[in-house]
Each structure stands twice: as structure tokens, then as C-alpha cells.
Design a protein around this ligand. Sequence first.
Ligand code: KG4
Ligand code: ZN
Length: 340
Amino acid sequence: MKEDILILAIESSCDETAASVVKNGRTVLSNVIFSQIALHTQYGGVVPEIASRKHIEKINQVISEALQQAGVTLAEIDAVAVTYGPGLVGALLVGVATAKALAFAAKKPLIGVHHIEGHICANYITNPELEPPFICLVVSGGHTHLVRVTDYGKYEILGRTRDDAAGEAYDKVARAIGLGYPGGPKIDKLAKEGNPKAIPFPRAHVADAPYDFSFSGLKSAVLNYLNSCEMKGEPVNPADVAASFQDAVVDVLVTRAIMAVKESGMNRFAIAGGVASNSAIRSAFTERCRQEGIVFYRPEPVFCTDNAAMIGSAAYYEYQNGVRHGWDLNAIPNLKLGER
Ligand code: KG4
Ligand code: ZN
């Protein structure tokens, strides 16, 4: 009997063309990522049409490299996995069509994976001891979700953003202070030189929904602050703006997430998604979890931002749960977590 399960995973939901081979959901044999960031920077954000075209150009090469680096052939793979939503429809379709073609040609099962489920499962790669149940805060460019992971492949959404995602707020504020795209890593760096208490930006609470988030008011407060300085001819210290904005984001994320963990009666908490690579967020949660006696898990930064290894990890547990998709698998741009 064959013991190890090898999954070839493909991710193309936004601006990273990625492929990976993952063994038994936790061991990454290869993790190839072609980032299109440089291509989109000149437009100040991801241009969907350009992203799809670049995915088509790169995807075969990225998959070949992933197989080669892992030292396996397609014949040795047990299943082909692919992100089929949520994301940019044209970008998703490139991955889905490629995965279907490969799986069909090689006579392998096909497993469609939810992108956010992938982000959560990135924690299984970095933290071999982590097992459900636990609470996970997913903070990315498109999503801000507080999730109770009840079992492998089983999720309960406790809260979500009512407007902008955390990463979206980072990107918009970065653009306003002239840092360019993608803003998250740039704000992270600049904030280290600023005073987080310089400007008292608001911490929004959503009435009757203690686990929900709202970042559009914070984003507007930053834009208003910048406008009013300009009108009054007062100088702006971009490092102070970055640090004060980040302080507000960190405060809201830590307060809500820790409250959810404590009220859940669990003592395991994880973060995931591109924004989870933020140094201030990682250290604030490390400190707060230490004080509260909560065990804190986070993926390595390379598994926080979009990658295919996390899709390979999620697919392994779906595979073990018997999930198989048909040749009619389609891209679903607004796929909900927990839907198949
Ligand atoms: O998870 P991800 O790669 O893509 C989505 O699924 O959306 O997340 C991308 C987001 C972008 O908004 C980017 O600015 C943000 O993650 N990000 C960061 C950092 N690195 C990436 N935000 C804050 N600090 C960072 N160090
Ligand atoms: Zn993502």
C-alpha cells in the first residue's frame, strides 16, 4: 500500500502564478511562485486582464519547475489541486483549466480548493503540531475573516469585514502617502520609523456584531487627515501616518480576535493571509497571547502571502475527506467558505 500522498497544487487567483508539490499535507517538496507584482506596480494595483494573460504565459513553466524541484513526475502525483475561488475570474480560470487538463491527461483526481481555506492551512505547514479545533484570523488583500476551524475542512465564520479588507486598507493608505503598490510591506517598513501614537485614528466597532470588522472609516480618516494637512499647509510625516494607521489596525484585530478566542473556550489561535506577514501584527499577537496563555500559531511569511503550498495542504485534507471534483469544475469568483 502506498503511504505518502503527493499533491500537485496550483494557485492563480490574483497576481501570483504558483505551483507546489506537498507530501501528506504538511511537507512542502517544492514551492514555486512567479510574482507579477512588478508588472502591476505601474498601475497602482492589480489589473485583472493583465494578470490573466501573464498567468497563461507562466503557468506551464511554474508547474514544470515545481515537479522538477520536488523530484517527482506527474505520474507519481496522487491528485491535482487548484484554487477555484474566490478571486479574479479570469485569473482563476487559467489555473482551473490547466489543472483539469493535467488531471485528465494523467488520469488523476481533481480537487478544487477554496483560497481562504488554503490560507488557513498554511499554518499546518509551519506548525506540524497544530490540529483543529482552533480560531483563525484570516487577513488578506481581499478578506478579513474570524473563523472557527472545527475540524479539517470544517469552518464556521464568526466575523468578517463589513467593507474593506485589512490588506485593502493597507494598500489604499499606502497609495495615499505615496508608497505605491503593494502597500502592506511598505507601510510595515515605514511604520518602524514613526510614532504609533502620533495621530489618534479611529477604531471602528460594528454594533451588535462584536466579531465583525470595518476598515473604511479608518481609511477615510487617514485620507481626511492628509487632506486637512494639505489645506492648512501643515507638513505630513508619512512615517507617523503609517505607524498610527497600523496601530489602529493592530488594535482592532488583536482586541476582536482575542475576545473570540477567549469566548470560544479554546486556547489555540492562528493567523493567516498576506497581512499576517506584518511584523507589528505578529509581535502584538505574540505578546497578547503570551499574556493570556493562548498558544499562538502563524505561518512563515512566505506561506502567508499567496502560494500554492497552502493549497496543497488544504487539498490533502479534502482528499482524505473524499472530496473529488468533476471535469465541470468552474472558477467561482465569490465562492463562500464551506461551500463545495
Ligand atoms: O493573501 P494575499 O497575498 O492575497 C490575497 O488573498 O488577497 O494578501 C495580499 C495583501 C495585500 O493587501 C498586501 O498589501 C498585504 O497582503 N500584505 C501586507 C504585508 N505583506 C503583504 N500587509 C501588511 N504588512 C505586510 N508585511
Ligand atoms: Zn490570498
